[in-house]
Design a protein around this ligand. Structure first.
Ligand code: G6P
Length: 436
């Protein structure tokens, strides 16, 4: 094993090699994970593992839990659709490990190896969708915990070799826990003496094993290449961590914590209600499937949701899409707007709503076709003509980025279905990028 993950599967009179337990699931549930530099001799009856110095070593055989094997599509046409619909359940399941709802407090599943109070800075490093989860978390940690946050995509971070302060915390967000650039960044941060925490979905992964502390997302196996339920579970975990940090650093009061925990506890129900918007979004997808470009706009913690919306759409439908901070509209993308361009505006009625509406007016004045994703109040107060308004349930602003991820996932999914693309395995993309 060098760089990419490798696992040995123990069968009955037969042995297997694969990248992880899911790949081996059809054959066996008994799996040993090789360490970096290991090599293995395989015979029908068993395996002998050697480390990089050629010494014979033992790598424990784990029996993988049955839930890790729930990898069939059930009644869904695609894994992506199944995974979108699993979100109420997996978000609830994840939060149950982070919140004490009856006490109204955050209760982390792992004792952090650092003290939130004395942290000098938080660095968040990730790739793809996980990076956007980190970008939302930047807003949360800065606002609720007054903790300075730097965030970068792992491929830049690792070669940028940024100076890192004493008593800094680095958080690595990854569904697979195997992304090569994220892992390399973790090793860099460790060498720089940072506390290293991993928010991962696969707790047996390399990133999980090398981090000082693991905060698992309990999304279950995610098969669709385009990440959906892992993303909202990452956000749920990061939100819980940010509240814990805010409390420990004395920024949030006990009452703040109780209110925020209650808001997080509402997530499964809110996500379920949002799924009911699917028929409306499916209809909208028919129109989106006919265009060449789509622009997504958002502000504040919902700006990364605009970025994620564009990423989802381009990944699986191959329609060109871009996400922008709404305030940046006039610094470039406004030049693209004509009557053919759909502009998806993520704008719950929060403190930034008025600002986003003024950006929407600029789009409308140039004939752009607006899809407004807002709540009842946002819809009632908007006077700009829209192609469609998607009315979300009312919710606390802090959970909006998590719930507003749903409509953009469903829009990408149905557009791709209309386009006839391979939704679960889009061209040129891989689920785990274990090489540079
Ligand atoms: C690939 C996947 C994305 C994912 C990214 C990061 O590009 O297609 O869906 O967001 O890798 O993967 P990770 O496993 O580190 O979250």
């Amino acid at each position: 094993r060098r760089g990419s993950p490798l696992a040995v599967g123990y069968g009955d009179g037969e042995m297997y090699l694969g990248s992880d337990a899911i790949a081996l699931a059809p054959f066996t549930d008994r799996v040993a994970y090789l360490e970096e530099g290991d090599w293995v001799e395989i015979r029908r009856a068993g395996a002998v593992v050697h480390d990089e110095t050629d010494a014979v070593v033992t790598r424990p055989i784990t029996v993988v839990s049955a839930s890790a094997f729930q990898v069939d599509r059930g009644n869904y046409r695609h894994f992506m659709s199944k995974e979108i619909h699993e979100q109420p359940e997996v978000i609830g399941h994840t939060l149950a490990h982070y919140l004490d709802l009856s006490a109204g407090t955050v209760r982390l599943p792992a004792e952090p190896s650092f003290d939130w109070k004395s942290l000098s800075r938080l660095s968040i490093v990730a790739c793809g969708t996980a990076y956007y989860a980190g970008l939302v978390a930047k807003y949360w940690f800065e606002r609720w915990a007054r903790l300075p946050v730097e965030i970068d995509v792992a491929s830049e971070f690792r070669y940028r070799e940024p100076p890192l302060p004493e008593n800094g915390l680095a958080v690595f967000v990854s569904q697979s826990g195997e992304t090569a650039d994220t892992l390399a960044s973790l090793r860099y941060c460790k060498a720089q003496g940072q506390h290293c925490a991993a928010v991962v979905n696969v707790t047996t992964s390399t990133i999980a094993r090398e981090a000082d502390v693991i905060f698992p997302t309990l999304a279950g196996p995610e098969i669709g290449v385009a990440s959906t339920k892992a993303f909202t579970c990452q956000l749920s975990v990061l939100a819980s961590l940010a509240v814990a940090a805010g409390r420990a650093r004395g920024v949030l009061t006990e009452a703040d914590e109780a209110r925020m925990v209650a808001a997080l506890g509402d997530l499964p129900g809110l996500v379920l209600r949002t799924l009911r918007l699917e028929p409306q979004i499916e209809k909208l997808a028919r129109d989106v499937a006919k265009v060449n470009d789509v622009l997504y706009l958002g502000r504040g913690a919902n700006y990364p949701i605009a970025l994620e919306g564009a990423l989802k759409l381009k990944e699986i439908s191959y329609i060109h899409a871009e996400g922008y901070a709404a305030g940046e509209l006039k610094h470039g993308p406004i030049a693209l707007i004509d009557e053919t361009l759909p502009v998806v505006v993520i704008a719950p009625h929060d403190a930034l709503y008025e600002k986003t509406v003024s950006n929407m007016q600029e789009v409308a004045a140039r004939g752009g076709r607006i899809v407004l994703v807002t709540d009842a109040r946002g819809a009632a107060e908007n006077s700009v003509a829209t192609l469609q308004t998607i009315v979300m349930p009312d919710m606390d602003a802090l959970v909006a980025p998590i719930v507003y991820a749903l409509p953009i996932q469903m829009l990408a999914y149905h557009t791709a279905v209309f386009m006839g693309t391979d939704v679960d395995q889009p061209r040129n993309l891989a689920k785990s990028v274990t090489v540079e």
